[in-house]
Design a protein around this ligand. Structure first.
Ligand code: NAD
Ligand code: DAU
Length: 348
């Protein structure tokens, strides 16, 4: 069985590729990734020579390329993660998100349909999406699978559009799809534009810690390998046409999370308690900033028996330690394009 994973050189994708290669040596995993600024083959060095792994560089926006790829490999399934994934970048440049997340997803759906239409038995198209499609919560309540869509950033609007196209291909053409919408992930190999690795990197280098607005925005954090496990489970056992919410049951206000990271880093770096908290700076808020996300993952728990396994204190410490142990990885990804991005994003 050959499975196409898109975006496998990115943060979540690389954890999923590794998991699938080790757990299913009988599968051939083809990782299709354009290697944008967020894609990094260093994330997969430990598995790149496995006999059941193939990396292909290319874009999900390229119709002719996808057609040729589907001809070359008789894919049994697709797990689609490739995307532009950072909200702040979507505010600065929405078009890139429309091309990759909307057009790219539709091109991939089209390729799967063209190549599977005569026999869809046993085929599966799994679309990996985000809880941000549901909009923003107040102090209470949770997103369920039936919460109406209310995307509020160009990123979440592009993901919502892609989700709608996936469901449309199911209802219109019978494409066997399954979807999941997940909360904020964290762990090793996350690009340091996202909150947790950005703060770890800045703490280490004694740089200001930019907390948006009043810092009381809330996110539900999930250990990335728990997400990979959920994707594996849903890919194999999820019901066709269904959507599953995935979350960490682990809500933090940003400022509390940054405090916790400062304290862990002080300990790991041998600094006096309270040193890194002094680096915190409240900066101009993100436009349209969603106040709170929180996931009700009870459907996934009840139907497929999944629950998160790594809890925050352990996960944050493991993440901080990983970045300290992988200074070379961090140095590579924080050169070049990253410096220009950082300058633009945090200039004011
Ligand atoms: P990421 O930005 O780390 O990785 C995205 C990958 O997609 C990169 O390797 C990049 O090179 C690749 N890519 C981008 N454009 C491409 C194109 N045109 N063709 C082929 N490959 C391309 O993202 P991530 O954080 O690992 O997220 C993966 C998926 O999970 C995304 O679809 C995202 O929306 C979703 N998601 C992420 C989170 C999170 O907290 N990070 C939470 C829920 C859902
Ligand atoms: O909820 C799932 C989503 O989580 C994914 O779909 C996205 O791909 C992923 O990027 C993430 O989106 P967020 O916008 O929630 O993540 P980010 O790490 O960018 O920000 C987390 C919170 O921290 C958010 O409230 C904004 C705030 N923040 C972020 C940065 C980068 C700051 O206060 N300062 C910062 O410098």
């Amino acid at each position: 069985m050959t499975i196409l994973i898109t975006g496998g050189a990115g943060f979540i994708g690389s954890h999923l590729v590794r998991r699938m290669l080790h757990r299913y040596p009988q599968y051939h995993i083809v990782n299709l990734d354009l290697l944008t600024y967020a894609g990094n083959l260093e994330n997969l060095r430990d598995v790149e020579n496995l006999p059941n792994y193939t990396f292909v560089k290319g874009s999900i926006e390229d119709e002719a390329f996808l057609d040729q790829l589907f001809q070359q490999y008789d894919f049994q399934g697709v797990i689609h993660l490739a995307a532009e994934s950072h909200v702040d970048r979507s505010i600065a440049d929405p078009m890139a998100f429309i091309y990759t997340n909307v057009l790219g997803t539709v091109r991939l759906l089209h390729a799967a349909r063209q190549h599977w239409k005569d026999n869809m038995d046993g085929k599966r198209f799994y679309h990996v999406s985000t809880d941000e499609v549901y909009g923003s919560l107040g102090e209470t309540g949770f997103f369920t699978e039936t919460t109406p869509y209310d995307p509020r950033s160009p990123y979440s609007a592009s993901k919502a559009a892609s989700d709608h196209f996936v469901r449309a291909f199911h209802h219109t053409y019978g494409l066997p799809v399954v979807l999941s919408n997940c909360s904020n992930n964290y762990g090793p190999c996350q690009f340091p534009e996202k909150l947790i690795p950005l703060m770890i990197n800045n703490i280490q280098h004694n740089k200001p810690l930019p907390v948006y607005g009043d810092g009381r925005y809330t996110r539900d954090w999930l250990w990335v390998e728990d997400h990979a496990e959920a994707i594996d489970l849903i890919y194999h056992q999820g019901r066709i046409g269904e959507t599953y919410n995935i979350g960490g049951n682990n809500e933090w206000k940003n400022i509390d999370l940054v405090h916790a990271l400062c304290d862990v880093m002080d300990e790991l770096l041998g600094r006096a308690a309270g040193t890194s908290r002094q680096l915190i700076h409240f900066v101009t808020d993100r436009p349209g900033h969603d106040r709170r996300y929180a996931i009700d993952a009870s459907k996934l728990k009840n139907d497929l028996g999944w629950a998160p396994t790594v809890y925050a204190e352990d996960g944050l410490r493991r993440t901080a330690q990983w970045y300290l142990d992988n200074a070379e990885w961090l140095r590579h990804v924080t050169s070049g394009e990253y410096l220009q991005y950082y300058e633009r994003q945090y200039a004011s």
